[in-house]
Design a protein around this ligand. Structure first.
Ligand SMILES: Nc1ncnc2c1ncn2[C@@H]1O[C@H](COP(=O)(O)OP(=O)(O)O)[C@@H](O)[C@H]1O
Ligand SMILES: [Mg+2]
Length: 269
């Protein structure tokens, strides 16, 4: 097994990941691709072909998400359940395995086609990326059936574990505009795009659940604005989704997001 790549900063491969990767890919390669702010790591695993020559025994690459014990990231088992449900209605990673040990828990999925909209190549085509993010979110909201969805992501569910003063800081939610199956972490890095700039897939669905569509729209539009540093692109995002910005709901759902994240980060550090 070869460990490749230390981008964007050196990554220490947890012992458990080393062991898992050895089990899953033998003498293939392991490339760290992502580190989130809450201790979670994602690796791309590529199996080595069993025999040299064209395509003998090669398998699709896989992604291994690792969540250390105690990290306030969504639990890999929660994500696996949501992915398995959502796969009937949307292009999302196919779960191969999920597990837990003393050091943490992991999720293994099959590689999807497409590249994350956070990849540097999309900085040169930000308009296409903003459009595809809006389009992809609309597709999920229009396609995944609320009545069939066993998961919830309402403000009440998200604030249930917060201390009273944090809940008070969030305030009361605005009336629901439209209940949909929300992504739960709709942001630039969690959208994959095809090479031609069209929407390809959603990843990172550990919080998918039924909620007002503005729960996703508020944070996705902010992510587009921050990533591409161009207010025009937020307009492009909303146009691709097919909705006019709703300032009150946007403000509420961004505040809710920030209070929940602040609380999580405090738990972790
Ligand atoms: N099955 C997959 N196929 C392709 N890319 C993936 C897959 N799973 C994860 N990724 C890539 O890894 C990154 C990190 O995975 P993600 O689930 O978003 O982890 P985190 O919860 O730490 O943000 C994603 O932004 C995406 O680029
Ligand atoms: Mg992510």
């Amino acid at each position: 097994m070869v460990v490749r790549g230390v981008h964007p900063a050196p990554v220490e491969i947890p012992d458990a990941v080393h062991a898992l990767a050895g089990w899953y890919v033998g003498w293939g390669s392991v490339t760290p691709v992502w580190r989130n702010d809450l201790g979670g790591l994602t690796f791309r695993l590529e199996g080595a072909p069993l025999l040299p020559g064209p395509d003998t025994g090669s398998r699709p690459a896989r992604y291994l998400k690792w969540v250390p014990a105690g990290a306030p990231c969504p639990d890999p088992f929660a994500e696996a359940g949501r992915l398995s449900w959502a796969r009937r209605f949307a292009v999302v990673p196919k779960v191969i395995d999920v597990g837990r040990g003393d050091d943490g828990a992991w999720l293994l999925t099959e590689e999807l086609r497409g590249t994350s909209a956070i990849e540097p190549r999309w900085r040169g085509r930000p308009r296409a990326a903003a459009h595809a993010i809006g389009e992809g979110l609309r597709l999920l909201h229009d396609t995944a059936p609320v009545a069939d969805c066993p998961f919830t992501w309402t403000p009440a569910a998200r604030t249930a574990a917060l201390p009273a003063e944090a809940r008070a800081a969030v305030g009361r939610p605005p009336a629901v505009d439209r209940l949909v199956v929300c992504h739960g972490d709709a942001c630039v890095p969690n959208t994959l795009l095809h090479d031609d700039g069209t929407f390809a897939a959603h990843v990172d669905l550990g919080e998918l659940g039924v909620a007002d569509r503005w729960s996703d729209l508020a944070v996705a539009s902010r992510s587009v604005a921050r990533r591409f540093q161009d207010p025009q692109l937020v307009t492009e995002f909303f146009a691709a989704y097919g909705i006019a910005p709703d300032p009150d709901r946007i403000e509420y759902y961004r505040r809710l997001w920030d209070v929940v994240e602040r609380h999580r980060t405090r738990l972790w550090r």
